[in-house]
Design a binder for this molecule. Structure first.
Ligand code: PLP
Length: 471
């Protein structure tokens, strides 16, 4: 493709994307297709001769698009969001055009320095301590793995990096922590048996007394508690672990405190939600995902660490071919994480932060929280439904609870309700289990979602619930 053709197709594609955004509501939120359906429509081998962009794009519309789940749809209420925005898409477009590798300062000086600057902006926006420094990782899972590895090295005085494990180090998190903590602990070599899942209270926050007991029990047995992974905004129900209380335990026992705020960290841009950060001064590391709720398309995970020397010492490598004359005075982000080659992710984040500005972003987050509060009131006012967790952000957990049903029947009924709602293609909701009960999650975090969208889906939920009762 020469630049003349690129210009033609590029213009067409930008028009297509703008139309796609304008007409998003014409699409079903989630495709009703069977596993293998898309694969079977595609050739088994790559073409021997190049095909025209017109042909390729036709197949994109005919084969790929019908199999896409529309995460940017205003009625996408599933999981946590992965929202994008026009400035973010433009930033990503340029990133692809530049094709820069951002592993060290020299391979892309502006990328490194923009990353440094945007991380300071985010740090101030959410009220992180000044002493922390930030770096962009691909995901919260990777960020947590990096925290686990750094904590492992700190606890072993960097012996594990040299000799492998000799001591048994333990990892603590609540039973509601994201699966990435267990996954990361397995990858980092702690071993599944050395992960302590601490029970939670009625708000789904970690039981601090149980945490303290578990730490002391491990020490008594000669094990070495290495890291506590606290969560601000658990995945199932947005429970908030109390950092101030956890922090005291960590400080007393010299344990690394990592904070996973993947979704809810964005809420800290609101002064009225800053309470979640109480005790943040105890944190050794912190992660939140602008690629979830801050309009920056996947991937962009902001990882902050208090002692960058420990981080770098865990990951640094010094091959001759990567040495430069400025290594002592710049940030070479290859040493701040797992990857060597790194994408220029700061560009899209910079576009988003500048294009919207803090006030517009605050307005959007406030509106999502208001809509969630509104939905909560509707649920509370309808005696057939039951709220299943506190609503601190924009996630509402509830279930249908007509009287005289056993817990097992209620689980089955809600499973059927969820299926019948999602089958309509008008929305996608997901489920979880809270304290053994099947719960429907409704997360309001899309850029284009309005009160009407939430109201329509609530009406759909009540209609489907009534239909189920008649069956
Ligand atoms: N932590 C929490 C609390 C999450 O809710 C999620 C995903 O929803 C993750 C971590 C994993 O995020 P990522 O997909 O960026 O690895």
């Amino acid at each position: 493709m020469d630049t003349k053709q690129f210009r033609k197709h590029g213009h067409e594609m930008v028009d297509w994307i703008a139309d796609f955004m304008d007409n998003m509501e014409d699409y079903t939120v989630h495709p009703d297709i069977q596993p293998g359906e898309i694969k079977n429509k595609l050739p088994k081998e790559a073409p021997k001769k190049g095909e025209s962009m017109t042909t390729i794009f036709k197949d994109f519309e005919k084969i790929i698009l019908p199999g896409i789940s529309h995460w940017q749809h205003p009625c996408w209420f599933a999981y946590f969001p992965a929202n994008n925005s026009p400035p973010s898409i433009l930033g990503e477009f340029l990133t692809a055009a530049l094709g820069a590798q951002c592993m060290i300062w020299k391979t892309s000086p502006a990328a490194e320095e923009l990353e440094e600057v945007t991380m300071v902006w985010l740090q101030k926006m959410i009220g992180l301590p000044e002493e922390m420094v930030g770096v962009i990782q691909d995901s919260a899972s990777t960020s947590t793995l990096i925290a686990l590895l750094t904590a492992r090295e700190k606890a072993s005085n960097f012996e594990i990096n040299r000799k492998g494990f000799t001591d048994r180090l333990t990892v603590f998190c609540s039973e509601e922590a994201h699966s990435s903590v267990v996954k990361g602990a397995k990858i980092a070599g702690f071993g599944k048996d050395n992960i302590r899942l601490i029970p939670t209270d009625e708000t789904f926050a970690i039981d601090v007394l149980e945490l303290k007991k578990a730490v002391i029990a491990d020490k008594k047995q000669g094990l070495k508690p290495a890291i506590v992974c606290a969560t601000l905004g658990t995945t199932s129900s947005t429970g908030v672990d109390p950092l101030d209380k956890i922090g005291v335990i960590c400080k007393q026992h010299d344990i690394w405190l990592h904070v996973d705020a993947a979704y809810a960290g964005t809420a800290a841009i609101l002064p009225e939600k800053r309470w979640i950060m109480k005790g943040i001064e105890y944190a050794d590391s912190f992660v939140f995902n602008p690629h979830k709720w801050l309009l920056t398309n996947f991937d962009c995970s902001a990882y902050f660490v208090k002692d960058k020397k420990l981080l770098k010492k865990t990951f640094e490598i010094h091959p001759e071919y990567l040495k430069t004359g400025v290594d002592e005075i710049v940030n070479n982000y290859r040493d701040w994480g797992i990857q060597l080659g790194r994408r220029f992710r700061a560009l899209k984040l910079w576009f988003v932060l500048r294009s919207y500005g803090l006030e517009e972003l605050q307005k959007m987050i406030r509106e999502h929280i208001r809509l969630a509060e509104m939905l909560k009131q509707w649920i509370n006012n309808d005696k057939r439904f039951e709220l299943m967790a506190p609503v601190d952000f924009s996630l509402v957990c509830f279930r249908f609870n007509p009287k005289d049903r056993t817990e097992m029947q209620l689980d089955e009924l809600n499973r059927q309700l969820l299926e019948s709602i999602n089958k309509t293609g008008k929305t996608l909701l997901t489920h979880t289990i809270l304290k053994g009960k099947f719960v429907i999650r409704f997360c309001i975090a899309q850029r284009t979602t309005t009160e009407n969208h939430v109201r329509n889906i609530w009406n759909l939920i009540t209609k489907k619930a009534e239909e189920l009762l008649k069956c």
